[in-house]
Design a protein around this ligand. Structure first.
Ligand SMILES: Cc1ncc(COP(=O)(O)O)c(C=O)c1O
Length: 417
């Protein structure tokens, strides 16, 4: 190969990708040799720190699957594993919902919730009438899962931020959030996280959700629902699915991007699904054909293993009971970790108000520290928190919590601001 060819390599001018701070910090964490370093970045639940958690129900389903001599590795149908889609529809919408009993849910399997959000964005771009001939805009909370923006930008859908978190109360700024949704153009597409808001840990109350639904109906908005942490707030998947069910029962036009990664411990198996509610069974059939085309062009066929695990859990009453206990166990433990950190800060007499730790829900809390404070925590105490100050309770146990409390106490007493 001549030197001119090397000089003219097509990727010669490739620019450096701008990774999110979380990815950069993750790398720094791995390289930090300090024995007391604590990783507060990861959003995957661990019971014992450093060991990925496999829920007992998933282990039982896996064993059952391995004993099944008819288990094969053929392609799944284009829309995905039928048992998985049935499980998901029942889980998210409730088996008695009118969407299910009237057979109005069109669903397809997706590569985790990330894939489902992507497929949902594509589905709307192709078929949502209010987006025809106009820019594609999706409204989402200013503080949101960092990857939402990436996924939508890839699709040339513009993410537009709505006010959500109030640093002065460390809770949801309900008035600003709802008013901003009420003042959007009619038929706007609004992304809502249905439970355990990532990264703030602040969810609307059931009463506030009901108020929001009235605004959606009045403004004819479209609800793009993201259900990632079902069951991990209350410990009961049915309770956490209530938001979805309220939207469905009220007749708000919606799609749902859901994942089984978090509540079945199947993160890396990439098990998710997209559901869209149709106005009639005939239109549902058309939607399913469009979804089939989407699936064909995007993934060919969905990954089967994780889907089979969920199907097996859902189809076996005994294993399903274990799963219900598993979800409750994770939710209880997340709450206990929150309480332990709050208690530990109280024990140390750390100046400041820490009640928000137990008022926020799910895997994450927003600490609302400044970049200087975060830097201090990392360099002085080897505590790795995301740049948006999200603390993940998913991957710290008691020792980690003690170190976190000590680090925060040290920082506050040193008056780092
Ligand atoms: C709110 C939210 N949506 C979607 C996802 C993506 O889930 P999955 O790993 O199934 O793609 C996450 C993961 O962290 C999330 O927090």
């Amino acid at each position: 190969m001549g030197s001119t060819e090397i000089d003219n390599h097509p990727f010669e001018g490739i620019v450096e990708g701008q990774l999110e701070t979380g990815s950069i910090l993750q790398d720094l964490f791995v390289k930090d040799p300090h024995p007391d370093k604590v990783n507060l970045l990861r959003g995957a639940y661990q019971a014992d720190v450093g060991t990925p958690f496999v829920p007992p129900s998933t282990i039982l389903a896996r064993e059952k699957l391995f004993r099944d001599s008819s288990w094969h590795h053929d392609y799944l149908f284009f829309l995905g594993a039928q048992g998985l889609l049935k499980a998901g529809e029942e889980l998210f919408f409730g088996p008695q919902s009118s969407a299910i009993t009237s057979q109005l849910v069109a669903s397809m399997q997706a590569v985790g919730a990330t894939g489902a959000i992507h497929m949902g964005g594509r589905f709307l771009k192709d078929h949502y009438p209010a987006w025809k001939g106009s820019d594609h805009k999706i409204y989402l909370s200013k503080d949101t899962w960092v990857n939402h923006r990436n996924v939508f930008r890839t699709l040339d859908i513009q993410p537009i931020e709505l006010p959500y978190y109030d640093p002065s109360t460390k809770s949801l700024n309900w008035t600003a959030f709802k008013d901003s949704i009420a003042s959007l153009p009619t038929q706007s597409v609004v992304l809502l996280q249905t439970a355990a808001h990532n990264p703030t840990g602040c969810d609307p109350t059931p009463e506030q959700w009901k108020e929001l639904i009235q605004i959606f109906l009045a403004r004819r908005h479209f609800a793009f629902l993201d259900a990632a942490y079902l069951g991990l707030v209350s410990g009961d998947p049915d309770v956490d699915a209530n938001t979805i069910r309220l939207f469905e029962a009220a007749g708000v036009p919606l799609l749902l991007a859901g994942t089984f990664g978090k509540s079945f411990g199947l993160y890396g198996e990439r098990v998710g699904m997209l559901s869209v509610i149709a106005p009639s069974p005939e239109i549902k059939a058309r939607m399913q054909k469009q979804m089939t085309l989407l699936a064909r062009s995007e993934t060919g066929s969905s990954p089967a293993f994780g889907a089979r695990i969920v199907e097996t859990v859902w189809g076996d009453e005994a294993i399903k009971k274990v799963w219900i206990k598993d979800v409750k166990g994770i939710a209880d433990e997340l709450r206990r970790r929150r309480q332990t950190l709050k208690d530990e800060l109280a024990r140390l007499g750390t100046p400041g108000k820490w009640d928000f730790l137990t008022q926020q829900v799910g895997m994450f809390s927003y600490l609302d520290f400044t970049p200087t404070q975060l830097e201090f925590l990392r360099t002085e105490n080897h505590l790795y928190l995301d740049g948006n100050t999200r603390l993940s309770f998913a991957a710290i146990n008691n020792d980690g919590i003690t170190l976190v409390a000590r680090g925060i106490d040290n920082m506050i007493r040193n008056k780092v601001e």
